[in-house]
Design a protein around this ligand. Structure first.
Ligand code: ASP
Length: 465
């Protein structure tokens, strides 16, 4: 039975079987040393000329995949490598099988990889993922999500998936669209967030929902933004702002402290939008000192009491955060009348950490007239409101509990936890900065037959100047 290299530490004297990759080989005259790597770490293999595996071992090269057997041996006191779990032992190999040979990787995989160009790294992402830094990031992300799930299940949340093929949900971005074969000329939109579905789940009586949700937004790509990203998305019924913030503060605190991080200030400090703008000139800000930065401290803060509306490029009112939010109780009357639009405050709250907005949510408008008033303020006609949001307005007429929720950006949080400054360092298969997929070729052209089936005619691309 195969065991992991990390499990060999206390197995001196026992026969074991290991499998993994050749991380490194050193020929010391007669002795051949191989570092064998698996998902748990590395162990030193030793091949002596007496071993029946010796001849085969001289052929081994980096990244070959092998199976070995031998009896674990304690290393002499002065040879212990305290940096790795299996550093106290080594494995003199008596049996070696080559499971797969490997070409020389197109770039070094033991370095931090920062100096290797992105195109190469992402074309061979499966090799780049072997890089210890990237490997650790992806594992840390998995560990983070595991702890989030555990916390939420303990709090009585149900994990529920919502559709990817849907109609547009406004989050302030461009939609990605998918053509329908059954209805040529008609399109699905990929969700910018599960916002409407999670509210419909509250109408559906679940009271506490969460999802590790993929969101799709066709935005300009930036260091902390990709076409698709993941949110910890949740919604709760019968709650106030305080309830949602308290539960989420507890979640974030227990998860990150459980992972060994230090939080600068608990309870998280709170700012109104006006205070944040006055103090930091921005609604996301970094409260860390130089020392905090060196020590990997996390400085969380809540920002609330945002203006509900702002003017768009054409001078028309649009929502500042989320059209499904409810105005603050004292502004509901004005909101319903469509008065004092610039003064209306939304029950929105954002979580800031180390200069990034890492989460945001709100108490929602759960009465149809409140939601309708929001779209009226934005200048939507009754027909347009009915067409785009009639389903929500109708749902809200069937006994909808007061509800609210929040969503956290997984990549942003994991970037902060790992100290990375690019989204792609914490996604297994990220897009390139030119908007292509890693490893696979996309986007690509479709076959004429596919286009015909979809009823789509493509104009030749416009010539670039
Ligand atoms: N749907 C919002 C977002 O994606 C989050 C929320 O209000 O729950 O930012």
């Amino acid at each position: 039975m195969r065991i992991l290299t990390s499990e060999t530490a206390d197995k001196a004297g026992q026969s074991v079987e290991l499998m993994g990759w050749v991380d490194n080989r050193r020929d010391h005259g007669k002795l051949i040393f191989i570092d064998l790597r698996d998902r748990s770490g590395i162990i030193q293999l030793v091949f002596t000329p007496k071993s029946p595996a010796y001849a085969a071992a001289s052929a081994l090269r980096d990244e070959w995949v092998i199976r070995v057997k031998g009896e674990v041996k304690a290393r002499p006191e002065n040879m212990i490598n305290a940096d790795i779990p299996s550093g106290k032992v080594e494995l003199p190999v008596t049996e070696l099988e080559i499971l797969a040979e490997a070409k020389t990787p197109p770039f070094p995989i033991h370095s931090d990889g920062h100096d290797i160009n992105e195109e190469a790294r992402l074309k061979y992402r499966y090799l780049d993922l072997r890089r210890p830094r990237v490997h650790r990031n992806i594992r840390l992300r998995s560990e983070f999500i595991r702890r989030i799930r555990e916390f939420l299940f303990n709090e009585g949340f149900a994990e529920i998936e919502t559709p990817y093929f849907t109609s547009t949900t406004p989050e302030g971005s461009r939609d990605f669209v998918v053509p329908s074969r059954m209805y040529p000329g008609q399109f699905f939109a990929l969700p910018q967030s599960p916002q409407q579905y999670k509210q419909l789940l509250m109408v559906g009586g679940f009271e506490r929902y969460f999802q590790i949700a993929r969101c799709f937004r066709d935005e300009d790509l930036r260091a902390d933004r990709g076409f698709e990203f993941t949110q910890i998305d949740l919604e709760m019924s019968f709650v106030t702002m305080e309830d949602v913030m308290a539960l989420n503060e507890q979640m974030i605190t227990s998860v990150v402290e459980g992972m060994g991080y230090k939080i600068k200030e608990k309870v998280f400090p709170r700012f109104t939008y006006a205070e944040a703008m006055a103090k930091y000139g921005a609604d996301k800000f970094d409260m860390r000192t130089e020392d905090d930065k060196k020590n990997g401290v996390l400085a969380f803060a809540w920002v609330a009491r945002f203006p509900f509306f702002e003017k768009d490029k054409e001078g028309k009112w649009t929502f500042s955060h989320n059209p499904f939010s409810s105005p603050a109780p004292e502004h509901i009357e004005a909101h319903l009348k469509g008065e004092d639009t610039e003064k209306i405050i939304t029950q929105q709250y954002d979580l800031v950490c180390n200069g990034f907005e890492v989460g945001g949510g709100s108490i929602r408008a759960h009465k149809p007239e409140l939601l309708r008033a929001t779209f009226k303020t934005m200048g939507y006609s009754d027909e347009r409101i009915e067409k785009e949001f009639g389903h929500m307005l109708e749902a809200f007429t069937y006994g909808t509990p007061p509800h609210g929720g929040i969503a956290f950006g997984v990549e942003r949080l994991v970037m902060i936890l790992t100290g990375e400054s690019w989204l792609r360092e914490v996604q297994a298969f990220p897009q390139t900065s030119t908007g292509h997929t890693s490893v696979m070729q996309a986007p690509t052209e479709l076959q004429p037959a596919q286009l015909k089936e979809l009823g789509i005619r493509v104009d030749p691309p416009a010539k670039k100047e």
